[in-house]
Design a protein around this ligand. Structure first.
Ligand code: AMP
Ligand code: MG
Length: 338
């Protein structure tokens, strides 16, 4: 298939919207990462997303909308908490899991009776959704298991020839995927951390939120069992994710010791003839780390390093926690404590 490369001009977005309306696939920028979109209410179109990505079919999609009133097409009722979060955080990097209406195909929700919805804070994405005149199901626009794409060239590397079109926009502002919060029980439950933190949501709702226990699982348990038995509520959390081509180790411990260990391991491995890449962000620069992390993994892949040594960031439940969630998955929970 010849993939059209489109710009974010109105004329090009109209071409992209027609492709979506006709049941095709379009990759497009959002503020978090690039998405791979199809008409969320067209089961066949959504099916081709799984094919293009090589994504396990029980891993549901996030459905993107452009107006809060579109929630009514997807879910039968809006609780006061849901309305509150819409008002506080949309458009923005917060996805809510809510009860689904029958019109939402099982293909979109991986057979669940709930649907994940968000309104992206990106003009190109909002224009595309509005012109398509349908909610757009979109997971990240990478081959399943690879680092999420935060730049148009990363999307082209993974998806050229596999989908109808790619809308080339700016690099993504946030750089990691949205926070996913399950709103289907009394206590809002974070299924995937992002730059909107538990604390942000608690401040808006005036009540406690909890984390899916699988998220907080002991590193070692995750490493030993890959999370099996912990049953994450968010099906996507159980797959191998974000992996660079190189082997990757996260070094965890006091900052000075982490730096020294990275230096030691780098020297050791280079003497053995290996090419070593390093990921070490400024100590509390969590937002920058979120912005750069996936791009850095892809750049190191491009440099064909053999080994990546990454310094852990410590932040138990803020943005740093969201970055560490991605970093540990990328490394397959391969952790060295110092
Ligand atoms: P991605 O589309 O790659 O950003 O991944 C979407 C994330 O949201 C995955 O971790 C999914 O498992 C999760 N998700 C989507 N829909 C639901 C749902 N109905 N219930 C729980 N998690 C969901
Ligand atoms: Mg993804």
């Amino acid at each position: 298939m010849k993939t059209k490369i489109l710009s974010i001009s109105e004329k090009d977005i109209e071409i992209a919207a027609r492709i979506i309306r006709d049941g095709g696939l379009v990759a497009f920028p959002t503020e978090t990462v690039y998405g791979l979109g199809a008409d969320a209410l067209n089961a066949q179109a959504v099916g081709s997303i799984y094919e293009a990505k090589g994504r396990p079919s029980d891993n549901p999609m996030i459905v993107h909308i452009a107006r809060a009133s579109d929630m009514g097409r997807l879910t039968p009722r809006l609780s006061p908490d849901i309305v509150n979060l819409i008002e506080n955080f949309w458009p923005g990097p917060l996805t809510m899991v809510v009860k689904k209406k029958d019109e939402v195909p099982d293909r979109t929700t991986g057979g669940l009776d709930t649907v994940a919805v968000r309104m992206p804070d990106s003009k190109a994405a909002l224009n595309l959704i509005t012109m398509s005149d349908c909610p757009i199901a979109a997971p990240s626009a990478n081959i399943s298991g690879r680092p999420s794409p935060t730049r148009a060239r990363d999307v082209i590397a993974d998806m050229d020839g596999k989908i109808e079109a790619i809308v080339e926009g700016e690099d993504c502002r946030v750089g990691i995927e949205s926070t996913v919060v399950d709103m289907t029980s009394g206590i809002p439950t974070i299924l995937r951390p992002g730059i909107i933190t538990a604390e942000n949501i608690e401040a808006a709702l005036g009540k406690k939120v909890q984390y899916d226990p699988a998220l907080l699982a002991d590193d070692q348990a995750m490493k030993n069992q890959g999370g099996e038995g912990l049953k994450p509520k968010s099906p996507g959390m159980k797959y191998k994710h974000y992996a660079p081509k190189a082997q990757m180790t996260v070094i965890e411990g006091r900052r000075d010791k982490v730096k020294a260990e990275i230096k030691r391991l780098k020297g050791l491995n280079e003497r053995l003839g290996l090419k070593v890449g390093i990921i070490l962000f400024e100590e509390k620069a969590f937002i920058e780390a979120a912005h750069d992390f996936f791009a850095k993994l892809r750049d190191l892949d491009g440099e064909e390093v053999d080994l990546i040594l990454a310094g852990a960031m410590s932040d138990s439940d803020g943005v740093g926690f969201a970055v560490m969630n991605r970093m540990l998955k990328s490394a397959g929970y391969n952790i060295a404590k110092v």
